[in-house]
Ligand binder design. Structure first.
Ligand SMILES: [Cu+2]
Length: 371
């Protein structure tokens, strides 16, 4: 199952890289056809659900799964094995055996052809997405009786999507409102902790680094924490070689400069995930990634898997303040100590300013002076 999935991923990504937004939606000549969405989303948010997740149709009806968002999905009936091959669309299904689409990356411009299945026998058929374990649906096929019209399907499709998208936005806003946690590090500088992609229990994803932009000082460290089982990366710099046919984003090796990041070169966390509580511990799981920033500048980063869903971030590194130095004083004349002379000059300057500003300030300076 893992192997075919990896193959599907690689093949689909290859195809995606080759064809991009090309290809036309195939016309569905059948009048007796209904449309359902396989996932939906917008930049920063992926709703991983069949929308709606259950429909009732008449025998002989074709269901046309649309792919309106970039997050990839499959339409899979039955249990995929190592020898299962994706079916071309349109397909027919009588409720027996395995039927699966290829792994399909959608597109909001509607350019990705739907996966169409004609149901030839009555029954209730469960299906799922191979890469989103919570993403399941049911097609109920009846010989007679009430079935869903396209308009009732559309209504449920919209309602489900709006509700789930709203939940994602609430989660993202709540996390954003918490601000960044900053802790001093024993090795010097501060550690800023950012969050990666929270998810809902239903399996929808916030495809964001939160907050998306952070301001730190050279010498500080940023820590990214995975919050969900959904895989993500923290990556600085372009992929080399650039992704082409057969590119496997899961195979890009981790890479981190030992001396910290100075804005040059390639940095990659590797695939980061956070298993849900109660799941068996995975010693290889990368739950957090730390990177020290050594040089002032503004640095963009991204998730290799979800950059095309606007999963990008920015770290603004300000120059470290110069080490404290003494205020410039008059040339050392040799009378008294240097520091004494400097203090005197400072006090004189403050009093002068205070006099210019008015009585209140003079009082303040006097109080200062009597200490
Ligand atoms: Cu990601």
């Amino acid at each position: 199952m893992k192997r075919i999935l990896a193959g599907l991923v690689a093949a689909a990504i290859g195809a995606f890289a080759l064809t991009g937004a090309g290809g036309a939606v195939s016309a569905n000549a059948q009048a007796n056809s209904v449309k359902v969405n396989a996932g939906n989303g917008e930049p920063g948010y992926a709703v991983n659900a069949f929308l709606p997740d259950s429909i009732t149709i008449t025998t002989g009806t074709t269901v046309s799964w649309q792919f309106p968002w970039i997050e990839p999905h499959t339409i899979t009936f039955g249990t995929v094995t190592a020898t299962t091959k994706p079916s071309p669309s349109p397909a027919t299904y009588d409720g027996t055996g395995v039927l699966t689409s290829d792994l399909t990356f959608g597109n909001p411009n509607g350019s990705v052809p739907p996966f169409e299945v004609k149901f030839t026998k009555a029954g209730s058929f469960k299906y799922s997405c191979e890469i989103h374990p919570f993403m399941t649906g049911t097609v109920t096929v009846v010989n007679s009786g009430n079935v869903d019209s396209q308009s009732t399907i559309d209504q449920r499709r919209t309602n489900n999507y709006v509700n789930r998208l709203g939940e994602l936005k609430t989660i993202a806003a709540g996390l954003g409102a918490q601000g960044v946690s900053v802790t001093p590090m024993a090795s010097g500088g501060n550690k800023y902790t950012l969050n990666i992609g929270p998810a809902t229990r239903a399996g929808d994803d916030v495809m964001q680094f939160i907050p998306g932009a952070a301001k730190i000082t050279a010498g500080d460290t940023v820590e990214w924490k995975a919050l969900a089982p959904t895989p993500h990366t923290v990556t600085f710099g372009p992929l080399n070689p650039p992704p082409g046919p057969g590119f496997d984003p899961f195979a890009v090796p981790p890479s981190k400069p030992a001396a910290g990041y100075d804005g040059t070169g390639f940095v990659n966390s590797g695939i980061m995930t956070a298993s849900p509580p109660g799941a068996p511990a995975d010693p290889n799981e990368i739950k957090s990634f730390e990177l020290k920033f050594t040089k002032a500048g503004t640095y963009q980063y991204y998730c290799i898997l979800h950059a095309d869903q606007a999963m990008v971030g920015q770290i603004m590194v300000e120059a470290a303040p110069p080490p404290p130095t003494r205020a410039p004083g008059p040339p050392n004349t040799g009378t008294g100590t240097e520091s004494g002379a400097t203090s005197w000059m400072l006090l004189a300057g403050v009093v002068l300013v205070a006099v210019v500003l008015g009585g209140g300030s003079v009082l303040a300076v006097r109080r200062e002076g009597t200490r």
